[in-house]
Design a protein around this ligand. Structure first.
Ligand code: TGC
Ligand code: FAD
Length: 388
């Protein structure tokens, strides 16, 4: 019996440091997440103190330089961390990837030196929690239509508008917010909890990512000091460049969810007998397992190669879209197929398939829907924009 989830020995392409990182994050997830995650997901509650624990692990802003509190790691290390966290739960990976790719990345890339020194070390340790506001009630796939606005005054901007579906918003100390200025250009700014007119209502009743805190960002004449603006980045490429980093991390993350489902199903197949033999002895069940490990293997190779290109600054947005789209699709299919393999037990909280499958419904929707990523690939190969 070959129980490896690394069928093509991707491990051998990792450095010693990357293997150590994987080990330490996997140990953390096995010890601190897997035993409790079902209960938090069932209660629809966020795991308390998750962010400081992720900070202590080095999982927040892993590729941000050490002088700003990050771990100064490469992109493959970042991907491996996301994979191992999502083996626990997509909500845990979401919390880490929003903080890393959507909050620390823009502050590091577009922020002033003062902004970097003020926010990055606390975000890296998990003492401070951040969120990212791009999506609005009327503008999801098409963020260019955003209505949130800033108006310039002498020493501050007045911010009005609303963001919706924002991961971490109910817990956040700061929000990286994208809004249009009076010239209609998209600008980025840091809004702090406690600013008058800023509130973060929680979104209740999700059937997916139940251990993730999701909410809105509401701005009613919020006075944001001028020093909180990202000074030089203008246009949609500001937020979209952050999505490149997060989507790349998701391409790795979802492999972790698929691996967890596969590990559990393979074990179950050898232990559960029907018709006098283990489930694993039936061709139909072998098909499910064989196809799952094949797709996991292909996804691992895709993300590893994308990580190499990212390390060399050569990964294109279209390549990232392809990897995010492919890997989320294989992961959600694996979760659904392998749930069936457990029969009735597959619907129970003791087993992770339903939770992973339900989580992956969000993952296939956020950071660009499955359709949007297909259209990005379509536009790349034909040169024709089919969005409008
Ligand atoms: P378009 O005209 O194509 O581009 C506008 C400008 O942006 C540049 N650009 C990019 N730059 C960097 N990275 C990318 N991926 C980029 N894609 C485009 C482009 O070159 C152009 O630059 P310039 O200098 O000419 O101004 O833009 P469009 O309005 O036609 O929209 C394109 C489209 C539809 C692909 C884009 O808007 C899109 O990706 N839509 C999906 C929206 C989305 O993904 N939202 C995610 C919200 S955040 C989230 O979901 C977090 S979940 C977190 C969690 O819990 O883990
Ligand atoms: P819509 O854009 O209304 O799309 C509806 C359907 O129409 C989709 O199937 C879509 O594929 C399809 N569609 C849209 N346009 C086209 C087209 N041109 N051609 C063909 N089909 C099309 N956003 C943030 O800014 N920050 C966050 O932290 C964040 N976290 C999230 C957490 C969760 C749990 C969820 C569910 C979402 C989160 N989002 C976040 C928002 C997410 O990015 C959006 O939900 C997503 O981009 C889709 O937007 P929408 O929901 O408005 O769907």
């Amino acid at each position: 019996m070959n129980t490896s989830t690394d069928y093509f020995l991707v491990d051998e392409m990792l450095t010693e440091e990357q293997r150590l990182i994987r080990r330490s994050v996997r140990d953390f997830v096995d010890r601190d997440i897997i035993p409790i995650i079902d209960s938090y997901a069932q209660k629809h509650e966020y795991i308390p103190d998750l962010m400081p624990k992720l900070g202590a692990l080095g999982a927040l802003g892993p590729y941000i330089p050490e002088e700003y509190g990050g771990a100064g790691l490469d992109q493959i290390s970042y991907g491996i961390i996301m994979q191992e966290l999502e083996r626990g739960d997509s909500a845990v990976r979401s919390a880490a990837s929003v903080q890393s790719s959507l909050v620390m990345y823009p502050i590091f890339t577009y922020g002033t030196e003062e902004q970097k020194r003020k926010y990055l070390p606390k975000l890296a340790s998990g003492e401070m929690i951040g969120c990212f506001g791009l999506t609005e009630p009327n503008h999801g796939s098409n963020p260019a239509g955003m209505e949130t606005k800033i108006i310039e005054k002498s020493d501050h901007f007045v911010l009005n508008g609303a963001k919706m579906w924002i991961t971490n918003s109910p817990l956040a100390d700061i929000a990286v917010v994208w809004a249009k200025d009076e010239q209609g250009q998209v600008r980025g700014l840091i809004v702090e909890r406690g600013m008058n007119g800023f509130s973060t209502p929680t979104t209740h009743n999700k059937w997916s990512l139940r251990a993730s805190a999701t909410g809105e960002l509401v701005f009613q004449d919020v006075a944001v000091p001028k020093e909180n603006l990202f000074p030089d980045i203008r246009g949609l490429k500001g937020p979209l460049s952050c999505l490149n980093s997060a989507r790349y991390g998701i391409s790795w993350g979802v492999i972790g969810a698929a691996i967890h489902c596969y590990e559990v199903a393979l074990k179950y197949a050898s232990e559960r007998n029907q018709f006098g033999k283990p489930l694993g002895g039936f061709q139909l069940q072998q098909k499910k397992l064989a196809e799952a490990i094949t797709e996991i293997t292909k996804a691992q190779l895709l993300s590893w190669r994308l990580g190499v290109l990212k390390n060399e600054n050569r990964a294109t947005p279209a390549q990232i879209s392809m990897a995010k789209r492919n890997n989320v699709e294989i992961a959600i299919n694996i979760a659904r197929e392998l749930r069936q393999m457990l029969g009735g037990m597959g619907i129970m909280g003791e087993f992770p398939m339903m939770r992973h499958a339900a989580n992956l419904e969000s993952v296939i929707t956020y950071e660009g829907t499955h359709d949007i990523h297909l259209l990005i690939t379509g536009m790349d190969v034909t040169g024709i924009n089919a969005f409008g």
